[in-house]
Ligand binder design. Sequence first.
Ligand SMILES: [Zn+2]
Length: 339
Amino acid sequence: MYAAGDVRIENVPDARLIEPNDALVTVTRAAICGSDLWPYRTMEHSDGGRRMGHEFIGVVEAVGADVRTVKAGDLVVSPFLWSDGTCVFCREGLHTSCLHGGRYGFDDVDGGQGEAVRVPQADGTLVVLPVGRDDALMPSLLTLSDVMGTGHHAALAAETGPGKTAAVVGDGAVGLCGVIAAKRLGAERIIILGRHPDRIALATAFGATDVVSERGDEAVERVRELTGGFGAHSVLECVGLAGSTRTALEIARPGGAIGRVGLPQEEVIPEALPTFFGNLTISGGPAPVRAYIEELLPDVLEGRIEPGRVFDRVGPLDEVPDGYRAMNERGAIKALIEF
Ligand SMILES: [Zn+2]
């Protein structure tokens, strides 16, 4: 990406092993993330450009001398961050705070929207998939790199559980995966806040029981009507804008919890007094998806959840710039890249 709206496919030096804990992975599937759209809308021009992509599945080509858990020929999925799996935070399941971790596309590490990636900390990062490289489950398996784990994180942070009402703010890929996660964790009722007919249809297929298409104060009113005047026990904030955050805080019932996974676009969390007097828990953050892959993988392999249905656009690497354009114009929910 060279600037807002300027994504190009370029030839770059081949990815290669550098550190003894690296794996070299040939990418077989990758995705464009909603978070990639923030730089797509705002990035200042850069002469050198920026490597993009952090959601991918691929085949291990080679590993460094210290790598033990993956080997050449393995099909692997990577979480959207790399992490060692052994530091104090990784052992607590908070791989996003890994002391030796980092991001794809920065500091000599390749981006996932490309043919090959050097994966640092391969043992702590990569998870071997027990399927062939073109298995029909590939779209759902790819969501374990980010959006399904992020939806799950929102549901956990919002304390979703049996008998509870969950409300999901946002009908993008993460919000839709949040619906799957809320249902999976036993929510009795799931309210989706969104207004795009195709996305609402998918949310309903995933388990949403109620749809609120209003926005702002009207949306808050509608959720209260649906919940006996109280609001939802669990609110999954999957957008990050000021308006969506305010709505999320206003539709939580006293004693409820808000799980925030939308990257905040504002410095301040609103509604300090109402959330204080309501004893609301405001939780969430970047999802430690590496901690969730093993838990969610059996549900994908056995067909209990189908998060891959969020991909409504598939194309080769050449179509990545069009994929960004389509997602930015909301003509596509999420784009899958096949190699
Ligand atoms: Zn760590």
